[in-house]
Design a protein around this ligand. Structure first.
Ligand SMILES: C[S@@+](CC[C@H](N)C(=O)[O-])C[C@H]1O[C@@H](n2cnc3c(N)ncnc32)[C@H](O)[C@@H]1O
Length: 428
């Protein structure tokens, strides 16, 4: 049951006023016990981009630093263009993102929320560090609500956010019902899913039940995973009178993790032409995208039709661009300005952003072609990626690396021509 706050109580999310320094009533389901280190150990500290914070007992993964970097870059660009940034970090763990949105993106106000109030001491300690120990700040508040509840409260209190970060365990889909009503027009939604199993297409009916999309095994299932996350947001946004546009989409094999940054705007799109289906033909290796209107025409150049076992179809999912090239360029410029290019979080951010920019070429279709698959179909050794790409470019095809798979090419070159080019390169 959804509990709403009494109108006589302060909205738990509003910053404390000088008259009422208390950030709000404690949630009915939480308690005041602060769990300090029980074994007498010193708190464990981590450092990310020069910021020091505690993680004791809370969920924290160093491997997610790149995802946090990308989020902070987008948030900072938003802050610069809109002159304001109110963030709801709906599942903050130890509060590292909240800390980074405050310290690096210049957020004006952050709600650091995590259902688990066991983390309270750690989150408070981390956020206090942003004010250099000056005590409770007007710039942030720590809460311990279920994410769906806090998102619903935002709507009921007309308390809207410029950026909502949903960093859930597993699928993000159970938070999509409530999240749109808590976002400002033109605001940002940063979604994360760690459900790599569903995008693999091994249990399509389970995926259909959970996501409303029927997903079959395809060689580029990790890109399908990103398209599933965006597609879920497209569907739910549309049902609630909004539409979303991806700014960037990021897959990391640490997890695996699927992250997408979306802008949310009011109004459904009349056609939703980027929400459709992808087919993959196991016989010839070609993929194609289809709108809803084209559903009855699904077939393959090798004359496989939908009834055949080897032609599989996944969807509905996002079949449009994974990134906004202008936004990526701005992120790259900002990363350079901040001295963030280089390898200090384990991922070369410059290389990643450049790869994502290459992937933004509008001529490139959904999916990618793995060179192992080309080699196996051509019955030759796997061709070198750079040589293969350059040969494709010479023939006028669009071709780019994929940030998702190191030995794969995103291209509009049909598999038949990939095989021919690979053979020619090896003198076959
Ligand atoms: C993946 S972790 C978040 C990590 C954090 N954002 C970071 O970058 O380090 C997920 C967090 O969500 C919290 N959580 C799980 N279910 C939740 C829910 N329904 N509402 C709010 N928080 C939830 C967990 O306690 C956990 O700390």
């Amino acid at each position: 049951m959804l509990l709403s706050f009494s109108p006589f109580l302060q909205n738990p999310l509003s910053p404390p006023s000088p008259k009422n320094p208390n950030p709000g009533p404690r949630p009915p389901n939480s308690h005041q016990i602060l769990h300090l280190s029980t074994n007498g150990d010193e708190p464990t500290y981590q450092t990310e981009r020069g910021l020091r914070f505690e993680t004791e007992g809370a969920f924290f993964r160093h491997e997610s630093a790149t995802g946090r970097d990308l989020g902070v870059l987008s948030a900072s660009l938003y802050r610069r263009s809109r002159q304001q940034l109110r963030v709801l970090d709906a599942m903050c763990g130890c509060g590292v993102r909240s800390l980074r949105y405050l310290a690096e993106a210049g957020a004006d106000f952050v709600v650091a929320n995590d259902a688990n109030d066991y983390h309270r001491r750690v989150i408070l300690s981390n956020l206090k560090s942003v004010d250099r120990g000056c005590g409770e700040s007007k710039r942030w508040v720590v809460t311990h609500f279920d994410a769906n509840r806090i998102l619903s409260e935002c709507y009921l209190n007309s308390d809207f956010y410029d950026l909502i970060d949903v960093d859930s365990f597993g699928s993000d889909s159970s938070f999509l019902r409530t999240v749109f009503n808590a976002i400002k027009r033109g605001g940002l939604l940063y979604l994360t899913s760690t459900d790599g199993y569903s995008s693999g297409g091994h249990r399509p009916y389970n995926t259909l039940a959970a996501y409303g999309a029927f997903i079959r095994p395809m060689p580029y299932s990790n890109e399908v995973g990103l398209r599933m996350v965006i597609g879920g947001a497209v569907r739910e946004a549309s049902a609630q009178g909004y539409h979303v546009t991806p700014l960037f989409s990021y897959y990391s094999y640490h997890g695996p993790v699927f992250r997408v940054m979306l802008t949310v705007n009011r109004g459904t799109l009349p056609e939703n032409k980027d929400y459709g289906f992808i087919s993959y033909c196991n016989q010839c290796g070609n993929s194609q995208s289809y709108s809803w209107e084209e559903l009855g025409q699904i077939s393959c150049p090798c004359s496989n039709t939908i009834g055949s076992r080897s032609l599989v179809v996944s969807g509905p999912l996002w079949i449009g661009p994974l990134h906004d090239a202008t936004h990526l360029t701005e992120m790259l410029n900002l990363a350079e300005q901040w001295g963030w290019v280089g390898n200090d979080t384990g991922t070369d951010l410059e290389k990643l952003l450049l790869q994502m920019l290459d992937e933004s070429d509008p001529r490139l279709p959904s999916g990618y072609i793995k060179l192992d698959e080309v080699a196996s179909r051509a019955k030759i050794n796997s061709p070198p990626l750079k040589v293969m790409m350059s040969a494709m470019h010479k023939e006028g095809y669009a071709a780019s690396r994929s940030h998702i798979a190191s030995n794969a090419i995103k291209t509009n070159c049909p598999m038949m021509d990939c095989i021919r080019i690979a053979k020619e390169l090896q003198g076959c």
